[in-house]
Write a protein that binds this ligand. Structure first.
Ligand code: ADP
Ligand code: MG
Length: 277
């Protein structure tokens, strides 16, 4: 249906229809392996629609792996295996016959290291996501989309006069916001972010945090962070991951962020959020 239309006949609505607003994401019994090494053991977590869920825990406990199972990127790693279900508004992403391109369009991802296409213009970087997912739109639609996504990512004012400059010419913090704008261009229902600020200076970190805050009504956010202050500032709920000696990673505790920081139920959570390991 959509593919049959020409660029000129595609209204802005065609892009707007891509997203149906924030979706709930629910992991049920998610296990993951790299070869024979089991790194996650039956992890279940509900990430409510339109909220920010932070995944916290020490390095190596499986947070990034868990995040990658949520949009089926884990299976791209050679030797990787998966078991369980991931439900997007109730529909399992891993169900036989489920279209992967649709899942990737619904669930965007932002990585630790900003990775815009460095030689591509700022404008084309934002539009690039549409091309990758096969969505075609006309020029005026693209212009409107680029402005909107850069605005939502908190970058429009800084780059509106130089949209033709290469993405690689921006500062690290601007590049990360460009990556957020690029992710938003396909109108995802969920945005996964893996330590999006750990390569950024404090000012850029602030800007990205403000962006996350302003997005949370429109898209469900799942963010991995090492930084407890950041988790406290940006998230509505937290899940504390831990992999104890020889045991695959799992969730020790999860709940509203306030409760996790002020009245943790598990001693290991209390120790972690208070910086004791
Ligand atoms: P975190 O993000 O919490 O630091 P990861 O999900 O990156 O943890 O890693 C979980 C475990 O999986 C670690 O033991 C790590 O060494 C292992 N691991 C991660 N990526 C790979 C990979 N590509 N191949 C093999 N093992 C991996
Ligand atoms: Mg990680």
């Amino acid at each position: 249906e959509v593919a049959a239309e020409t660029e000129e006949t595609r209204p802005l609505a065609a892009v707007e229809d891509q997203g149906a607003g924030p979706a709930e994401l629910e992991a049920r019994g998610v296990s993951a392996w790299f070869g024979s090494h089991k790194v996650l053991d039956r992890v279940s977590l509900t990430m409510p629609a339109g909220r920010v869920t932070a995944l916290i825990g020490p390095s190596g406990c499986g947070k990034s792996t868990f995040l990658r199972t949520l949009n089926r990127m884990h299976e791209l790693v050679s030797g990787a295996a998966f078991a369980g279900e991931v439900l997007l508004d109730g529909a399992d992403l891993y169900a036989p016959g489920r279209r992967l391109t649709q899942a990737r369009r619904d669930i965007g991802m932002v990585f630790q290291k900003p990775n815009p296409f460095p030689a591509m213009s700022i404008y084309d970087n934002v539009v690039a996501g549409l091309r990758l997912t096969g969505v075609k739109v006309g020029r005026s639609t693209k212009d409107a989309l680029v402005e909107e996504c850069l605005t939502r990512a908190g970058l429009w004012q800084e780059v509106r006069d130089r949209l033709r400059r290469p993405g690689g010419a921006l500062s690290g913090g601007q590049q990360q916001r460009l990556c957020i704008a690029r992710a938003l261009a396909v109108r995802p229902r969920v945005l996964l972010m893996d330590e999006p600020c750990s390569a950024l200076d404090p000012t850029s970190t602030r800007r990205v945090e403000e962006t996350i805050h302003s997005l949370s009504q429109e898209v469900t956010v799942v963010i991995v962070t090492h930084n407890m202050q950041q988790a406290a500032r940006v998230s509505d709920q937290c899940a504390f991951f831990l992999a104890e000696q020889g045991v695959p990673g799992g969730i020790v505790e999860y709940g509203p962020t306030d409760a996790m920081f002020h009245s943790p139920q598990d001693q290991r959570t209390a120790d972690y959020v208070n910086g004791r390991f």
